[in-house]
Design a protein around this ligand. Structure first.
Ligand code: IMP
Ligand code: MG
Length: 185
């Protein structure tokens, strides 16, 4: 009996190498992050801008832990290339009609790897004259040394392994796992 047997029906024949952050650990950290974010924005309009698809579960848990008024919108960004390595070519597929000017914008990302996705977005969104523009990432691999702006809010410093679950995918699979895990080869 493996500890991963209860999610075997979700795995399409792949095997989990280990659970890196379990559901309770994630929930506790998300509660702390929500309080940190609430305290960091004492006033002004706060727009939480989620990057689809990877941030959808993190964002929905996070906004319910931020004890202040806020609005939510989403951006879709796609990077080309193979599944596990960021190609560096980033395309903004959808742009929110929402006004950013004068608002505090908190960009919510699932994981920062090379930082290329965020670099491109920071440039684009900065041109729309937000009051402030900060990043909140569930996971940061801390490899993004040339990121224009480091994430102000980070859930966990992630190991440099390919991770799935809690919104993170491998070729669109495994987003619904309730924890973050690394896949066995
Ligand atoms: P970056 O542009 O290299 O920072 O890549 C960021 C994007 O690549 C994230 O939003 C994820 O969609 C994807 N990504 C990077 N590392 C992982 C991983 O370990 N698992 C799943 N997706 C990842
Ligand atoms: Mg992805």
């Amino acid at each position: 009996m493996s500890p991963f047997d209860d999610v075997k029906h979700l795995m399409k024949g792949r095997t989990i190498a280990r659970i890196v952050y379990d559901a309770a650990t994630i929930a506790a950290r998300v509660r702390e992050l929500g309080r940190e974010i609430g305290a960091a924005y004492p006033d002004g309009d706060l727009l939480v801008l989620g990057l689809l698809k990877g941030s959808f579960i993190f964002l929905s848990d996070l906004v319910r832990q931020i004890p202040r008024p806020l609005q939510v919108d989403f951006l879709v960004v796609s990077s080309y290339g193979n599944d596990t390595v960021s190609s560096g070519v980033v395309k903004l597929v959808y742009d929110p009609a929402t006004v950013l000017e004068g608002k505090h914008i908190l960009l919510v990302e699932d994981i920062i790897d090379s930082g290329r996705t965020l670099n491109r977005l920071l440039e684009e969104l900065g041109e729309r004259r937000p009051e402030s523009l900060e990043i909140c990432a569930l996971l940061d691999k801390r490899l993004a040394r040339d990121l224009r702006k480091p994430a102000k809010f980070v859930g966990f410093d992630a190991p440099s392994e390919f991770l799935v679950g809690y919104g993170l995918d491998h070729a669109e699979d495994f987003r619904s796992l309730p924890f973050v895990a690394s896949l066995a080869d």
